[in-house]
Ligand binder design. Structure first.
Ligand code: ASP
Length: 447
């Protein structure tokens, strides 16, 4: 049995946290491959090492003095090394980093040092082999991750290694140029390593006890989801539930390796299992709810639209020509609405409007901005009656007007479009324990 364990930044933010991590790893000898993030926040208001590195590098690139900023970063690591009583110094590594910053080695290189250095410290502390991700995770010249090549290189590199630490978040191009995934990308590295070593489980250790059924900033103490399928997770992550990087499921999904989200601070909690499929009956019909703001809709009307073959294709062609992806496209007999991300759409709106006029000559076209989407996701909804009715009833009781509804026949999710009216409306916070609800205006919590 092989387990790949990834620890997030908050799990490795201080010597205290490192000790918890080591206890978890030593508790099971199958935990053989460890993927660390860079040290995260130790307390509210603290700065993640990755952000410190970006800031420091920006000074270097602007030709300003960055010695103090780099010394602050080194102090973070020295504090951990000292707290763990290790016989280790990162002086040499910091000399190299200083030199590379001076030579303007790039922001990717700068950010990657957070994981690189943390990997060295963790490997030293655990007595595991350190495998620099730059030697095993491959990107092409354009900076795109090369999955197949990486899998070959990484699996042969780790074939005979019993215990190793592979830092997350970065890799390199063939010419050695260090490249990173997007923020939170250590989750992806963990998944890549799990695939390469044919792990039985990919454990992703963080600071929450799994995926929660709802946003804890809105619902107090929401329950953790016991088991969720890859598909459900995609829907919820896409809509803003952010425990795991969106792309982290792809490598393990190909191998059918389950992901177990765990809490470093509560290692006895079972966390959430993310699986390909399960015959375990979901505890609730709805697995989770998530929401996202910042959408706009383009509403198109034309008499006899229904009989005009190719109408939809012509409209969508305009979006494609403007390099815009669309989110949802509900339609009526003579109406069609296209939902897009407002930020992507805003600066192209006039081209899109004129493009649609030229393509389909609508009777009416109008735009609406400031929309939000709510996703109600659950494999248990399939063939279950009454779910939509309960959801809509809840919205009506909260005095929220529904602008759009989208549910595919897979019945995995119901997407609801609403106006994002934080200023005008309020929402209810429900206390799970007592069941009582209180009303709050949107200004009351940071969203
Ligand atoms: N340290 C990187 C970040 O803060 C990557 C990660 O933590 O996964 O985004």
């Amino acid at each position: 049995m092989k387990i790949v364990v990834k620890f997030g930044g908050s799990s490795l933010a201080s010597a205290e946290q490192f000790k918890k991590v080591a206890d978890i790893i030593h508790a099971d000898p199958h935990r053989r491959f460890v993927v660390p993030s860079a040290p995260g926040k130790r307390f509210d208001g603290d700065t993640k090492v990755t952000d410190m590195l970006y800031g420091c590098y920006d000074l270097a690139e602007a030709g300003k003095d960055f010695d103090g900023a780099l010394a602050d970063i080194k102090a973070r690591y020295d504090e951990i090394i000292e707290g763990l009583g290790l016989d280790l110094t990162l002086d040499k590594e910091f000399e190299t980093i200083h030199e590379q910053f001076r030579l303007k080695a790039g922001r990717n290189y700068a950010a990657s040092r957070g994981e690189y250095l943390n990997g060295i410290v963790l490997a030293n502390y655990l007595g595991f082999e350190f495998v620099d991700a730059a030697t095993v995770i491959r990107f092409d010249d354009a900076g795109n991750f090369e999955a197949d090549r990486t899998d070959l290189i990484l699996s042969s590199r780790l074939k005979d290694v019993e215990y190793a630490v592979v830092p997350g978040f970065y890799g390199a191009q063939d010419d050695g140029v260090v490249t990173t995934f997007s923020r939170g990308g250590s989750d992806i590295t963990g998944s890549i390593v799990a695939k390469a070593v044919h792990a039985d489980v990919y454990e992703n250790w963080t600071d929450v006890s799994g995926f929660l059924v709802a946003d804890p900033r809105i619902i107090k103490n929401p329950e953790a989801i016991e088991a969720i399928t890859y598909k459900e997770l995609r829907e919820l992550s896409y809509m803003g539930a952010s425990v795991l990087h969106e792309d982290a499921i792809f490598p393990v999904r190909k191998e059918g390796i389950p992901i177990n989200i765990r809490n470093t601070n509560k290692p006895d909690d079972l966390g959430t299992w993310i699986v390909e499929s399960t015959c375990r009956k979901p505890k609730y019909t709805i697995t989770g709810i998530a929401g996202k703001k910042g959408f706009a809709s383009i509403n198109i009307e034309k008499d006899m639209m229904n009989s005009e073959i190719g109408f939809g294709r012509k409209v969508l062609q305009v979006f494609e020509d403007n390099n815009l992806s669309f989110e949802h496209m509900p339609s009526g007999v003579d109406t069609m609405t296209v939902f897009v991300h407002q930020s992507e759409f805003e600066h192209k709106e006039q081209q899109v409007i004129s493009g649609i006029h030229r393509a389909v000559h609508p009777d009416l076209l109008d735009l609406e901005s400031g929309l939000a989407l709510i996703a109600v996701v659950g494999r248990g909804m399939r063939d279950t009656r009454g779910v939509a009715s309960k959801v809509f009833d809840a919205l009506a009781k909260a005095n929220i007007n529904i602008k759009m509804i989208d549910q595919g026949s897979s019945e995995l999710n119901i997407i609801i479009g609403v106006k994002d009216r934080r200023d005008k409306c309020c929402y209810r916070v429900q206390d799970k324990d007592s069941g009582s609800t209180t009303e709050k205006s949107f200004g009351e919590v940071e969203r």
